[in-house]
Design a protein around this ligand. Structure first.
Ligand code: ZN
Length: 90
């Protein structure tokens, strides 16, 4: 049996929770752990989310998350948002 679509899951780099799932074509080419900015319901803000194509990548993401690999990226995303808000405060 062949299927032409896979379900890819996105995990928030700030809280590590599962965000949305997207249907992607099986031959859809992206680098592993592709990041996409999505609204996270847990964090209540837009945050980069890591795309996981299979259980293996989910496991890798969780290991990276627990190891603090995304902390810098979270900090960077948060700082950009604060800077945008500061422009109006000055
Ligand atoms: Zn989150």
């Amino acid at each position: 049996m062949s299927k032409s679509y896979d379900t890819h899951e996105f995990y928030c780099i700030k809280c590590g929770q599962k965000n949305i799932s997207l249907q992607r074509k099986v031959n859809h080419k992206h680098a592993k752990h592709h990041m996409k900015k999505l609204w996270c319901w847990h964090c209540k803000e837009e945050m980069n989310c890591v795309e996981c194509k299979n259980d293996e990548e989910v496991k890798e993401f969780k290991n990276n998350f627990l190891a603090g690999k995304y902390l810098k990226e979270v900090e960077r995303s948060t700082r950009i948002t604060q800077k945008e808000q500061l422009v109006w405060a000055q």
